[in-house]
Write a new protein. Structure first.
Length: 114
């Protein structure tokens, strides 16, 4: 399985970005996808998860501002991020569990200026 995150960039506080995570390979269409982020000097933290069937869960810091959706036909998950704050600045990663193996994509950098 390969995961490719994209859509990061520089945005002012209060702005929006939409991240994408495209999955390919065996099993990519049958599993949920999670988003994590890692800010400079901090540990990686969970952001949100979307299941294969579309059920979503969000971390407390983002659940009123971020929204997940998925395009199953294209094995792509989207993370719509609104009302961004400087504390959202981080490298964002998507991942997928298949069995006992976790696959990570390369991250995409989100920078929110104040």
């Amino acid at each position: 399985v390969q995961l490719q995150a994209s859509g990061g960039g520089l945005v002012q506080a209060g702005g929006s970005l939409r991240l994408s995570c495209a999955a390919s390979g065996s099993g990519a269409s049958r599993n949920g996808i999670g988003w994590y982020r890692q800010a400079p000097g901090k540990q990686r933290e969970w952001v949100a998860t979307i299941a294969r069937g579309g059920a979503t869960r969000y971390g407390d810091l983002v659940k009123s501002r971020f929204t997940l959706s998925r395009d199953n036909a294209n094995n792509t998950v989207y993370l719509q991020m609104n009302d961004l704050i400087p504390e959202d600045t981080a490298v964002y990663y998507c991942n997928m569990w298949i069995g006992n193996t976790i696959y990570w994509g390369r991250g995409t950098l989100v920078t929110v200026s104040s």
